[in-house]
Design a protein around this ligand. Structure first.
Ligand code: B12
Ligand code: SF4
Length: 503
């Protein structure tokens, strides 16, 4: 048996929002049966740093794999990796996930990261561990596709990307590796025990702003209906799930391929939530919608992004604003709540586009008030090495609010600074003036109080009712500025922010 591997999912969410850590679960399954591994999950285990150190010590550990998304998880991953480096200087630390996939060079500049795995990790990780068994000779590292590493003189090397692989679809997640599954199925507005599940891999679109396009480069694969049914029945009958949150980047793919999967969902009968594109929903036939209704789809998260067709075209979204409106209408007719996400303040005209988006949202709310709205700031990331991702228009000349060129951080520690954590979370960008930041905050407050999200199951009903009443005159008259009374009241009624913790 080869030496042991410790896999860590650093904290990104509160325990009550923890979901199955699918990345480390998938890696752990891919390593078996030739390697043993321990999973340490910082979302359910607040002592995950000492516990990871203990796991390294308890076994003959060959390496530690750390899953890293930019934003708050990067901050957790840095703390963990520094602690490991200090205590076990010779144990290799391998980062994988969206952060090293998008900015591998920044990861490799950190003295506490030895290797960065870009995009899908299962095979690259296995090959890297084999190379480490043999002493990590550069000749053994060079052919490993998807790997970024440091040459002996310290220069970063980015091996070519690995082609897309549907291999991980062959078997279901090895949930037994997670111990008590109830920790991962917490109450949401969908049910008392909501399970996270990913059916398909990847996405066939290549929107320029999206981390998924960087990871999958326009490729996707669906599971078989049999595999889906097996997994969902396990979750429902053995694990006790009573609702499902699909993590598929874009659930509704080509209709002909989706029908067998929708039939499974209609049989399994669990209320569900998913990501979807407006064009796919608008083009779905009546018979498929009948299956969707039967299966219990409650909400579809749709990347509406912008009301401006030129911008949608520019970011290669492939949808139009009229399709957003049509999708809202078709969801309404079929009893599904559309959850629309918008990207505010694109650098070409931050104020103008933001105001236009606010008006579009008002139009949508008039047509179908239950529509949920998620507001983000447009924050394109630098193009990843070898991703072939087109740079967003004007990316090369991104200017901050003072007219100076925007310089992206060059190290992991710099990406962990609060302003860049906020950038990764789509919360702020250097080209936003303080005035525009305030305007976005104010609109978000008024809108969120006027239409408290249905996903918020913890705030008391009286509190939501009070905020709705307080906010209604502001919303009606478009008086968003300085909603001090709402900010004050929200100290007592803490509304849920699904942008931070999802459902
Ligand atoms: C679950 C999830 C969350 C959960 C995290 C829960 C957890 N990790 O336990 C929550 C809700 C907390 C979350 C938050 C955020 N998320 Co999030 N999230 C997801 C989601 C829906 C699923 C991730 C997942 O489990 N995928 C399934 C696994 C199997 O795939 P994977 O993680 O990519 O792992 C593979 C590879 O990345 C790699 N890999 C991963 N880790 C490792 C480790 C090693 C050692 C190796 C070798 C390889 C490796 O191998 C894996 C298998 O092939 C994705 C979208 C998606 N469908 O992927 C977005 C996504 C990852 N999130 C994203 C973002 C931006 C965020 C936020 C930072 C910002 C935001 N506002 O959304 C927030 C942070 C909010 C805050 N303020 O705190 C983006 C990332 C884009 C990018 N370029 O970074 C995504 C892609 C959504 C999107 N379409 O934009 N998120
Ligand atoms: S369709 Fe959605 S998931 Fe796919 S690349 Fe575009 S934004 Fe990303």
């Amino acid at each position: 048996m080869s030496p042991h591997i410790v896999l860590v999912n650093p904290t990104i969410a509160k325990p009550r929002h923890a979901r199955f850590p699918l990345a480390v679960l998938s890696l752990s399954s891919a390593l078996a049966p030739t390697r043993t591994s321990t999973i340490v999950d910082g979302n359910v285990d607040r002592s995950y740093v000492p516990n990871a150190l203990q796991a390294i010590e308890a076994h003959n550990t060959r390496a530690v794999g750390v899953s890293v998304m930019g934003g708050p998880q990067l901050v957790s991953a840095i703390g963990l990796s520094k602690a490991i480096r200090e205590r076990f200087p010779s144990v290799p630390i391998i980062w994988g996930g969206h952060f090293p996939t998008s900015v591998p060079e920044a990861a490799l500049r950190a003295p506490y990261v030895d290797f960065a795995v870009r995009a899908q990790g299962e095979q690259t990780f296995g090959e890297l561990l084999d190379a480490l068994d043999g002493g990590a000779d550069p000749a053994a590292l060079e052919p490993i596709k998807g790997l970024s590493w440091r040459a002996q003189d310290g220069t970063p090397r980015h091996n070519p990307l690995r082609p897309f692989s549907p291999a991980s679809l062959a078997s279901g997640p090895a949930y037994e590796r997670l111990g008590d599954l109830r920790r991962y199925m917490t109450p949401t507005y969908l049910g008392r025990r909501t399970a996270a599940y990913q059916a398909a891999l990847g996405c066939r679109f290549r929107c320029t702003f999206c981390g998924v396009a960087t990871m999958f480069r326009g490729r996707m694969a669906l599971p078989t209906a049999q595999r889906l049914e097996q997994d969902l029945l396990f979750l429902k009958e053995r694990a006790g799930a009573d609702a499902l949150q699909f993590y598929d980047h874009n659930f509704f793919d080509r209709e002909v391929d989706m029908v067998p999967l929708l039939e499974v969902l209609a049989r399994v009968q669990l209320p569900w939530w998913c990501f979807a594109r407006s064009d796919a929903l608008v083009n779905l036939s009546e018979s498929s919608w009948a299956l969707v209704r039967k299966s219990g789809l409650r909400m579809a998260y749709i990347g509406a992004e912008s009301p401006s067709d030129w911008l949608l075209h520019d970011i290669r979204k492939g949808t139009r604003s009229d399709q957003t409106l049509e999708a809202v209408e078709v969801c309404r007719r079929n009893g599904v709540i559309p959850e629309l996400s918008f990207m505010l303040a694109p650098p070409h005209d931050p104020e103008g586009e933001t105001e236009k988006t606010f008006e579009f949202i008002r139009l949508i709310k008039r047509r179908y008030p239950p529509t949920e709205i998620m507001l983000y700031v447009y924050t394109p990331l630098p193009a990843a090495p070898g991703s072939g991702k087109a740079a967003p228009r004007g990316d090369a000349q991104l200017l901050d609010s003072a007219g100076k060129p925007v310089a992206f951080p060059e190290t992991a520690d710099d990406w962990a600074r609060p302003e860049w954590v906020s950038y990764w979370c789509h919360g702020d960008a250097p080209w936003l003036t303080p005035r525009l930041q305030q305007r976005i905050r104010d609109f978000t407050t008024v809108l969120g109080c006027r239409f408290p999200t249905i996903t918020d199951i913890r705030s008391p009903l009286w509190g939501k009712w009070m905020l709705r009443r307080l906010a209604s005159w502001r919303y009606r008259h478009g008086r968003y500025d300085r909603p001090w009374e709402l900010n004050f009241s929200r100290k007592f009624v803490r509304l849920w922010d699904p942008r931070v913790s999802s459902l």
